[in-house]
Design a protein around this ligand. Structure first.
Ligand code: OOG
Ligand code: NI
Length: 453
């Protein structure tokens, strides 16, 4: 009986809160960040009753301080493929392809996340998952050594593999299995302060690229950050030093706007942690940090092209002093070219929306696309922004780089290879823009059917 199974949404919810508890214990400074985010969120809500009631109505207030994403990095195709099956138990599918090699980070990535409206609303938790591209290491001897080390480890517990198979065969897990699954899955993400290699090997891999050492030298792909939602990212960035947290220099993504677009993110710098190497030498490794995010409306291909163009322009003529205030002021100037009201964003086809039929409104017959605009103007059709659920490659590269101790690597010449990534994953990644377009279309059809009522 299928009702005996716990829903994937519920398992994901349990997993994200178990991960949060584990990470707070592992990285106390992350707990400090969570408290700061909560304080600022409460201040914003107190000062903004309209926002408070919108969030309450949409059922979001209760989850306001819950994490929105985390990130891991894995070393091999088989690890990535098993992760895909593990995330599927939690209703998380691979969405989007991100090439970071172009930005000097030898990985390519996807985001495992829920895709349906209802699932996103229940808990949108995502995991940004990167696969190391060993083929980008020029020294073949080092490349081989790294792949031998990786082939020796199993990042999954025996029990979690049994439970994943059971889920696949039965189509669900009962309450007891689901609970055990969450505990066993958590083991994959746990921190290990003992490296699997000796100090010399670590150093050699580290010298090639710090990220390679991080992926290759440990028993598992420790969660390297978690990211709660903030209602005022500028304020949290400003306040971080006052609670003893060292933020990265600038907030990534678009500037502050009336109609927020895409995603803004910032993080605190990764902490130096003591590691015991296999030859008993002691050393330091930096990998783990905390991040915050603030999301806005999802953009169409056209809107995204405009965003990419403006961001590139802003970066090209960036002021040399890269403190956050100067950076934000500069961005705000450049982004004046991006319409900042929902009506225009809709009319110009720059962003994605949800539609609702206004109470009591109705139309006769079928509606053409042009009529949709006038129905909105007349107030018969309401639009609300569809939130961006994905990531941004330039921002992600900025987050990676700020945690690589500033020792930026020159860009890798090799091109993006989505096909190679999908082969490792054992599945295709879902096109994120396609997904927003489908959700918008479904919402429009439903609203029009209601109007035709
Ligand atoms: C992932 C960095 C990217 C984001 O939010 O863009 C990321 C990593 O450091 O492994 O998490
Ligand atoms: Ni992140």
């Amino acid at each position: 009986m299928s009702s005996a199974y716990v829903s994937s949404d519920e398992i994901r919810d349990q997993f994200s809160s178990a991960m949060s508890a584990m990470y707070r214990q592992e990285v106390p400074q992350y707990g400090t960040l969570l408290s700061l985010v909560e304080t600022v969120n409460q201040e914003v809500l107190a000062a903004n009753p309209a926002l408070n009631s919108t969030l309450q109505k949409s059922d979001e207030l209760a989850r306001i301080n819950v994490e929105r994403h985390g990130a891991i990095r894995v070393g091999s195709a088989s690890e990535l493929a098993m992760l895909r099956r593990m995330f599927a138990v939690m209703g998380m599918e691979p969405v989007g392809y991100y090439d970071l090699a172009a930005a000097g980070v030898p990985v390519h990535s996807t985001a495992f996340r829920p895709v349906a409206d209802r699932a996103l609303k229940r808990n949108p938790f995502r995991v940004f998952t990167s696969l190391l591209r060993l083929e980008l290491i020029e020294k073949t001897e080092l490349q081989e050594q790294a792949s031998v080390i990786l082939s020796d480890r199993d990042i999954f517990t025996a029990n979690v593999k049994i439970l994943i198979e059971r889920f696949e065969q039965q189509g669900g897990l009962n309450a007891e299995d689901a609970e055990q699954f969450v505990q066993e899955a958590l083991e994959t993400f746990r921190w290990h302060d003992k490296a699997t290699v000796d100090w010399t090997t670590y150093e050699r891999l580290h010298d090639e690229h710090r990220l390679i050492a991080d992926v290759v030298c440990f028993r598992g792909p420790h969660i390297n950050h978690l990211t709660p939602r903030t209602l005022d990212i500028d304020e949290v960035q400003r306040l971080m030093p006052s609670v003893g947290i060292d933020p990265k220099a600038t907030i990534e993504g678009p500037p502050r706007r009336n109609c927020p677009i895409l995603l803004r993110q910032t993080s605190f710098k990764a902490l130096e942690e003591t590691i015991a190497f296999a030859d008993a030498a002691e050393g330091k490794h930096t990998a783990r940090f905390g991040e915050i995010e603030q999301r806005g409306i999802a953009l169409t291909h056209k809107g995204r092209a405009l965003y990419d163009r403006l961001l590139a322009a802003a970066r090209e003529n960036a002021p040399t002093a890269a403190d956050n205030d100067a950076h934000q002021a500069h961005l705000a100037e450049v982004f004046k070219a991006f319409p900042d009201d929902y009506a225009t964003l809709h009319r110009d086809g720059l962003a994605f929306f949800h539609y609702q039929a206004a109470q009591g409104a109705s139309v006769a017959g079928s509606v053409t696309l042009e009529q949709v605009e006038s129905l909105i103007e007349q107030g018969a059709l309401k639009i609300t922004p569809m939130i961006y659920e994905d990531f941004l490659p330039v921002s992600a590269a900025g987050i990676f780089q700020s945690n690589l101790g500033g020792s930026s690597h020159e860009n890798y010449a090799s091109s993006a290879s989505q096909q190679q990534f999908e082969q490792a994953l054992g599945a295709k990644v879902i096109d994120e823009i396609e997904l927003y377009a489908q959700r918008q279309q479904a919402s429009l059809e439903q609203a029009l059917a209601q109007l035709a009522g």
